[in-house]
Design a protein around this ligand. Structure first.
Ligand code: OGA
Ligand code: MN
Length: 221
């Protein structure tokens, strides 16, 4: 029997499609884009509750660094806890999020010819003090990750809590950079192979839903 999962949020088409255009234009133009209020508070709240429920159930794991074959844990490099989303077992709000991101994927492919074929994403919770050192989202020798998308799920975040995403605009150079405060509902997207970035420490737990649009790898294995 087909399991019917209702969609709860049904965003107004015009709002979402405006944001999709804004993101596509930003990526095509400067390679990155910051969109405050990408999704309404009710939607963000539902996603945040899922992240927190998973955490309470012990379903978040320490994130590792590097490729699967030599995974490492190192708090000085990366201190967040993550939970990969399972598309086959997605909640209604996750399904609706996937539908929105699918529209974005098609728009990016249509305008930028990136050949994106899927989105992989995980919830991430940074405990107070945790960081993610300056890095690129493409691992060496693997260019599958093309566009990084980070959606912040924090409630009532204040600038003094810290936890900014620092996006470097000139390769590995320390300047110039842009800081984004992880306010709930803000989405940051950028070309994964181009922008070095880091997560600054925060005084409060910092929650996000982070994903990467991937193109197919060059090997057929
Ligand atoms: C990542 C990352 C940034 C953020 O997970 O690769 O860079 O602001 N996250 O959470
Ligand atoms: Mn990253």
């Amino acid at each position: 029997m087909v399991k019917f999962k209702p969609r709860f949020f049904m965003l107004p088409f015009a709002t979402t499609s405006h944001h999709i255009d804004q993101i596509t234009d930003g990526i095509a133009g400067q390679g990155y884009v910051i969109v405050p209020g990408f999704l309404p508070d009710t939607f963000i709240q539902a996603l945040r509750n899922e992240a927190l429920t998973l955490q309470e159930a012990g379903k978040l794991q320490r994130a590792t660094i590097g490729k699967a074959e030599n995974n490492q844990l190192d708090n000085k490099v990366r201190g967040d806890l993550i939970h990969w989303l399972d598309h086959a077992d997605a909640s209604p709000v996750q399904q609706e999020f996937s539908a929105i991101m699918e529209t974005l994927r098609e728009s990016l492919n249509r305008h930028l010819f990136l050949g994106l074929f899927e989105l992989e994403n995980h919830f991430a919770i940074y405990p107070p003090g945790a960081i993610y050192n300056k890095h690129l989202d493409q691992f060496r020798g693997n260019e599958e990750r093309q566009v990084s998308c980070i959606l912040y799920l924090n409630e009532d975040w204040k600038e003094e809590y810290g936890g900014q995403l620092r996006l470097y605009l000139d390769g590995k150079e320390p300047e110039p950079y842009i800081d984004t405060v992880p306010l709930g509902g803000t989405l940051v997207a950028f070309l994964s192979g181009k922008f070095w970035h880091e997560v600054l420490p925060a005084s409060q737990p910092r929650i996000s839903l982070t994903g990467w649009f991937r193109k197919r790898g060059s090997s057929l294995s």
